[in-house]
Design a protein around this ligand. Structure first.
Ligand SMILES: [Zn+2]
Length: 322
């Protein structure tokens, strides 16, 4: 039985949380939580978010979600404000031994990461915050730096810092709950970093965001060394190059989402892997990826392709990674 972890990105929707230096607490908390989800993919566990986008969720609803899932751990992510600097963590005033132990492990992991940036450890604290009071499992709340501190926000606005912070929180969670690694650890963040490093994509993507056709065409064209004549990015032009070279037979709109049956088909055409000479069979196209070990578990042809998956399959195709 896998443990269930509920991650709670503080605030959202009409409630922006604290604001400072053009940063909104609600955006930063969501960003950190999504990155933690990506990091925890390597471990055997179920991870749920109390919100996945910029929506308003009451404090009670956040706790009730965790209670209804019978979650094993609840972690709320916030950014501090009010004229200080640094990091602090909270458990409930009457927290269980387990909650205190989990907090201690996570706190140490995060502080050891923050030390290299000279971030102050404000300590391990107790409070009566609603999400800590209303949750029935061990619960911890992290206040990650101050949004109204110029020094802190220069870090909060820095992507590599945020990635490292999220990684340290995930390590803390994994250590606290003794999460076992998956037998076949898959690291979509690493996969996407390889595409960035090799300039096959130019901007980072969130591992679980969907891939659209404009992005697909551009990526495939870069992989096959075909670039459109225009100096600035023109996704429609990228798609027309795929049409010209018979990698696709019908045009797509740049914003159309890429489906697994389509992705398998274009990749098979690109690598000149003949799957069927008859009618188009998207399931057979996916099976060819499985047979050639570009994919290790099957997909529904109508399912949307996510960036982490997309990067992984393309890396296997171009011989990068495991
Ligand atoms: Zn907050």
């Amino acid at each position: 039985m896998s443990l269930t972890i509920v991650l709670d990105p503080g605030h959202g929707g009409e409630d922006p949380g604290a604001i400072g230096f053009d940063l909104y607490e609600k955006d930063l908390t969501l960003k950190i939580c999504k990155r933690i989800v990506g990091e925890l993919l390597r471990y055997q566990c179920n991870v749920k978010l109390t919100r996945k986008n910029d929506s308003a969720v009451s404090l009670r609803a956040r706790a009730e979600l965790a209670n209804s899932l019978n979650a094993d751990f609840f972690l709320s992510i916030h950014i501090n404000s009010g004229g200080g600097t640094g990091f602090e963590s909270y458990v409930y005033r009457q927290a269980s031994e387990t909650a205190i132990r989990y907090r201690s492990i996570i706190h140490s992991e995060v502080v050891s990461y923050l030390k290299q940036y000279g971030v102050v450890d404000r300590g391990r604290k107790k409070a009566g915050f609603a999400v800590l009071r209303l949750t029935e499992m061990p619960a911890v709340l992290l206040e990650n730096l101050f949004i109204d501190s110029e020094k802190d926000t220069s870090l909060l606005a820095d992507e590599p810092f945020m990635a490292g912070l999220s990684y340290s929180i995930a390590l803390g969670i994994a250590g606290a709950l003794s999460l076992p690694l998956k037998d076949n650890p898959w690291d979509p963040e690493w996969e996407m970093a390889q595409l960035l490093a090799d300039k096959i994509i130019n901007t980072p993507r969130v591992y679980d965001s969907q891939v659209n056709w404009g992005e697909t065409a551009t990526t495939l064209n870069r992989l096959r060394g075909v670039s459109p004549p225009l100096p600035s990015w023109n996704p429609a032009e990228e798609i027309s190059l795929l049409l010209r070279d018979n990698i696709i037979n019908t045009s797509r709109k740049p914003a159309d989402q890429l489906l697994w049956g389509e992705f398998a088909t274009v990749l098979n055409r690109l690598r000149k892997r003949e799957v069927t000479s008859g009618l188009w069979d998207p399931a057979a196209e996916i099976n060819a990826l499985l047979a050639d070990r570009l994919l290790f578990s099957t997909r529904d042809p109508a399912a949307l392709v996510l960036w982490g998956e997309f990067a992984t399959v393309l890396n296997r195709y171009r011989g990068v990674g495991g």
